[in-house]
Design a protein around this ligand. Structure first.
Ligand SMILES: Nc1ncnc2c1ncn2[C@@H]1O[C@H](COP(=O)(O)OP(=O)(O)OP(=O)(O)O)[C@@H](O)[C@H]1O
Ligand SMILES: [Mg+2]
Length: 454
């Protein structure tokens, strides 16, 4: 390549004077020896000049190549070699241009990173859609809230129709959705079209604001009023009746007063328990969409809860066993809430189990697959050998205030909220609650909780 340039340049420089000398020689106008010497000197000089030119052009090409690679330091090296003055000036200009371009590129990179950091730090989930309406980017909030379920969220009919409307009209569109995955939540979605599409192919942005908390508050207020008034009315009516009796017919009957006061105290305690349970259910519901964050030793926790039930089991002549497997995977959970799950399930097993029967509590690594999720998890199970629950009742047990045998539950001091609380806590933990029961044989309540991601 370089040799080609050398011969080309030398040929171009020497062509005209050599041709003139050859004409002079041929016509005899010049003495042969001096003319031949002049021809040789011309060719030599042309080659020397050609060599310098070839070298400089090579340097210039190198300088340009490094400039194109945005490597200004190397352009300086290339330009540092001794060059013909004009070539050197061109090389220096290229070097300066390369530096300016590199500085601009760095600045553009910094601005891009700043923009990305802003989007990433937005507290609301944000998705960027391409022309095919598939997600191209999701910010940290979107990844945390929906993770692998982003395509499912986009397939939601309400969301799809908002996206279609935005693409059809070009105007921003909104939608209020109930998204069932990964946990049920209420989402307000805003679709904003990018017209024309951005250079990276982004055609629309989608902002998903989580309204679960607001909606839960609204619903809870309505539920609370309805349930509480209904459930409180019975004991309250009893209390009013007894007060009337105490003020009237039983005003002077001290033994009757004692008896009535004892019943009134029990009714008041029941109202108190009911309010406590309703409040704790509301608190759990409020935070249900926020995953727990503490590492919990489920074996030790189960040990403490089971120990607390010792006297209750003894009072009903029941045996309460606990088995904790040794190789439990670590679990991220809310310790107080899991304690409440165990408490409610063991309380039920002791309350509705067979007098003199046996309750077995176990904590073990969950078998993967089958009825449990295929991810690693921990299984808490509470098994009793009581009368069991008729099949038709099982799916409804977790409804608020649902009781199979209302009289029996009431007598045992139950409010019918225990399993509703368990269900909401398990759902907050992204776990699974399973209930099996065989009439006459007993019931098994199992709670699958996900193990900590490695
Ligand atoms: N292990 C069990 N064996 C038989 N029936 C059960 C068992 N566990 C629950 N049940 C039935 O399910 C119903 C609902 O249970 P839940 O724990 O929600 O309410 P509760 O025990 O009545 O009241 P609370 O737990 O609020 O004191 C109970 O009333 C009972 O009829
Ligand atoms: Mg209960």
């Amino acid at each position: 390549m370089r040799r080609g340039v050398l011969f080309g340049a030398a040929g171009a420089i020497a062509a005209v004077p050599s041709a003139a000398l050859l004409v002079l020689l041929a016509t005899g106008s010049a003495a042969p020896w001096p003319a031949l010497a002049a021809l040789a000197a011309t060719v030599l000089a042309a080659f020397a000049l050609g060599a310098v030119l070839a070298r400089d052009l090579h340097h210039l090409a190198e300088t340009l190549r490094h400039a194109a690679l945005e490597n200004p330091a190397a352009t300086t090296e290339a330009a540092a070699a001794p060059l013909l003055a004009p070539v050197e000036r061109v090389a220096l200009a290229i070097e300066r241009l390369a530096r300016t371009l590199a500085a601009r590129a760095a600045e553009v990179g910094r601005l891009l990173r700043a923009n990305e950091a802003i989007i990433e730090a937005l507290p609301d989930p944000l998705l960027v859609l391409g022309e095919d309406r598939k997600p191209r980017r999701a910010n940290a909030a979107a990844r945390a809230a929906f993770g692998a379920d982003i395509p499912a969220v986009l397939r939601h009919p309400g969301m799809r129709s908002a996206i279609d409307r935005a693409f059809a009209t070009g105007a921003p569109q909104t939608a209020d959705l109930s998204v069932p995955v990964p946990v049920a939540r209420e989402v307000h979605a805003a679709v904003i079209l990018m017209d024309p599409p951005l250079p990276d192919g982004a055609c629309a942005i989608l902002v998903l604001s989580d309204r679960t908390r607001e909606r839960a508050v609204e619903r809870m207020r309505a539920d609370f009023v309805a349930n509480a008034s209904h459930e409180l009315r019975t004991p309250l009516a009893g209390l009013i009746g007894f007060i009337d009796t105490l003020l009237g017919p039983a005003a002077d009957d001290v033994p009757a007063q004692r008896r009535f006061l004892a019943i009134m105290a029990e009714q008041a305690a029941r109202m108190n328990r009911l309010i406590d349970d309703l409040l704790s259910l509301s608190r759990i519901e409020l935070n249900e969409h926020l995953a727990p964050a503490d590492r919990v030793d489920l074996g030790a926790l189960a040990g403490r809860v089971v120990a607390g039930f010792g006297p209750v089991a003894t009072a009903r002549a029941m045996t309460l066993d606990l088995q904790v497997a040794e190789n439990l995977p670590p679990t991220i959970a809310d310790e107080d809430q899991i304690a409440q799950v165990l408490q409610n399930l063991i309380d039920n097993a002791l309350k509705y189990g067979r007098e003199g029967g046996r309750v077995q509590v176990a904590v073990a690594p969950a078998p993967t697959g089958g009825r449990w999720p295929s991810r690693p998890g921990v299984l808490l199970s509470i098994v009793d050998d009581g009368p069991g629950i008729p099949r038709q009742h099982v799916p409804r047990l977790t409804e608020r205030f649902y009781r199979v045998d209302t009289g029996r539950s009431r007598k045992a001091g139950g409010t019918g909220l225990g399993l509703a609380i368990v269900k909401h806590i398990v759902s907050r933990h992204r776990g699974v609650l399973a209930m099996e029961s065989e009439e006459g044989k007993g019931s098994t309540f199992s709670v699958w909780l996900p193990a900590q991601d490695k």
